[in-house]
Design a protein around this ligand. Sequence first.
Ligand code: MG
Length: 259
Amino acid sequence: MTVESAILQRLFDARKHDQPWVLLFDYDGTLAPYSAHPSTAKLPPETRSVLAQLRDTPGVFAGVLSGRPLADVRRMVGLKGLYYSGSGGMELDLLGVEKNWHDHPDFRERLHHAHSYLTRIVERYPGVWIETKPFSRTIHFRSIGRKGQSAFLREMNGYLQRLESHFRAVCMAQAFEISPIGAWNKGDAVRWIVEDACRDGICLYAGDERNDQDAFEMVRSLGGVTIGVGPNAPQAEYRLGAPQDLTAFLRRVAHQASC
Ligand SMILES: [Mg+2]
């Protein structure tokens, strides 16, 4: 049995027991292929169309979760009627009802301080830049030359150890994400969405990076389905090669669900 057939069977077995589907996806590297800059990582039109088809299928809830700010991920996907989460779980749009993590009063100052220090590191490494988000920072190093990479990673890891008491850092293949300790993560976002959509449904989550780990763990604890997309995905129940494979699979899901 192929991976795709095995997942389809899980979903349709749940459907036989009248369990709705809560289908959740990371954005970058999962639905949309990576590009040189986050602003150019567009959602392919066929992926947008299959998400709309799933959204319009009775008994299906769909959502997109991202490290991007909420307004950004909503704009990149461009569909109404979906659940959204931005800033790695700290911002939520529960079908039009917004909910945000409330930060600690000292947090803004600490983040400002960390940002200043990170700027001084980043300035010395051409190709590295900081993305400013409402509650967090992402340091992108996908364009750093091979020569500077090991010195940069060493310096960053040293600094991040000093931040450990207040910030949590996730190192991915091309970026570091720094967020406040105790803040909502993608796992919390999955929980909020499932509670809002349907507690008795089957939840599926697809993601491609270490920052999807919390979502995978939450979905596992709910007895749902986890799909790792691409080579850098954390351990998941099923694995697909690339965003295009996920889109092709979702087309099958949407087609069969409409029959
Ligand atoms: Mg991703």
